[in-house]
Design a protein around this ligand. Structure first.
Ligand code: AN7
Length: 370
């Protein structure tokens, strides 16, 4: 097996322009990240994700412009790759040979992919039976040692903290500060694309690392004069897993959006700061509201995301329905993960699936053409 440093040297050498420009969030935003000459400039395709204008929901929400930041277009299908590239690069720089995370799925998929790219050992702890099949498939395919525990994400994170304290393994959950640093680059990309920060950012909240990251990114860009303003940050938790909304941890969090089935978020204070400093809010949306937004995104916008991602769009539709006026406002919703992760949930819709013999007349009749 190649050593980690030779693996990273190779990936840097294989890509032209490995200075502060070039592909990947580490190169593009090098000056804003904790990168030294000894940091391997890893890249598996993360960052530079599309910002897509809404076709239908914009009008319903009554805003000037509504955009979706498609973090589902990252290489492992979620925003986690932005933070993972930074966390894994620093782990290698610090001499670690193994990484570990607790995960509701996407973090483990991303950790497993970067570990494979770099030749590191990777261990993941997931809540048994509560993670979408696609995410588990990714971790398995990339060769992670996967332990499904009889317990929820919060229990898995407590165990991962203890294990990485005792053993020489780097913890790559968002309690690792490098994760937050990497993820803030999504805010930079939004400002770079729009020319300024949007007026509002709508984002799902689980362990609260991402909302913390965006707020840091917008704040740093404003301080540097690259943005004139910062957005109001609107975070959304699932109603059955809404500790920040309730103001206390939830012992047994429940929601169809398994990615955000988290009862005691690690970055709780970061989320509260983002809310309060921005003049935003953190609210809950029901599973029905989440699934309605999920199908509307798929059917009215052409965006297939996972339920957790749809929570922020459910929130947008809810707060505007309840009277928040977004007239004249530019709004960005963060589409955090791909719908392909969780096909079982998609198929719960009354499937428009008709089985017929391969017969022209029968098909024309079924389609209403005859
Ligand atoms: C699609 O993978 O916590 O508030 O272990 O997968 O930063 O936790 C995933 C979280 C939103 C919430 N959308 O972000 C994990 C994990 C999707 C996610 C969130 C997650 P945070």
């Amino acid at each position: 097996m190649p050593s980690a440093s030779s693996a990273s040297d190779r990936s840097a050498a294989a890509i032209p322009g490995s200075g502060s420009t070039g592909p990947g969030v580490l190169r593009r935003y090098r000056e804003h990240l904790p990168i030294t000459d000894a940091t391997p400039m890893l890249y598996i395709g993360e960052g530079a994700t599309p910002l897509v204008r809404s076709q239908r929901l914009e009008k319903e929400a009554g805003c000037e412009a509504l955009y979706f930041k498609l973090e589902s277009c990252n290489p492992t299908g979620s925003f986690k790759d932005r933070g993972m590239v930074m966390a894994v690069a620093k782990a290698i720089e610090e001499g670690d040979r193994a990484i570990m995370c607790a995960s509701t799925g996407n973090t483990s998929a991303s950790a497993a992919a970067f570990a494979a790219h770099c030749g590191l050992q990777v261990y993941v702890l997931v809540p048994k039976g509560r993670i979408a099949q696609g995410k588990l498939a990714q971790a398995v395919a990339h060769g992670a040692r996967v332990i499904a525990i009889d317990g929820n994400f919060d229990a898995a994170l407590r165990l991962a903290l203890t294990i990485t304290d005792i053993h020489p393994i780097a913890l790559v959950n968002s309690v690792n500060p490098y994760r937050i640093e990497g993820q803030k680059t999504a805010a930079f990309e939004i400002v770079d694309a729009l020319g300024d920060a949007p007026d509002y950012l709508f984002i799902p909240v689980g362990n609260a690392g991402n909302i913390t990251s965006y707020w840091r990114g917008f704040t740093e860009y404003q301080r540097l004069g690259k943005a004139q303003k910062r957005p109001r940050v609107m975070g959304f938790q699932a109603a059955g897993a809404a500790p920040i909304v309730l103001g206390h941890p939830v012992e047994e969090p429940q929601t169809i959006a398994t990615a955000i089935r988290i009862g005691n978020p690690a970055s709780w204070q970061g989320a509260v700061n983002a809310r309060d400093e921005s003049g935003g809010d953190i609210q809950a949306v029901s599973d029905d509201e989440i699934m309605s937004a999920y199908y509307r995104l798929a059917r009215e916008e052409g965006i297939f995301c996972e339920p957790a991602s749809a929570a922020c769009v459910a929130g947008l539709l809810k707060v505007t329905r309840e009277g928040l006026s977004l007239a004249g406002q530019t709004v960005v919703c963060v589409i955090t993960g791909s719908g392909l992760k969780d096909p079982e949930t998609a198929m719960k819709a009354k499937a428009d699936l008709i089985e017929l013999p391969a017969d022209l007349a029968a098909i024309e009749k079924a389609l209403g053409f005859a």
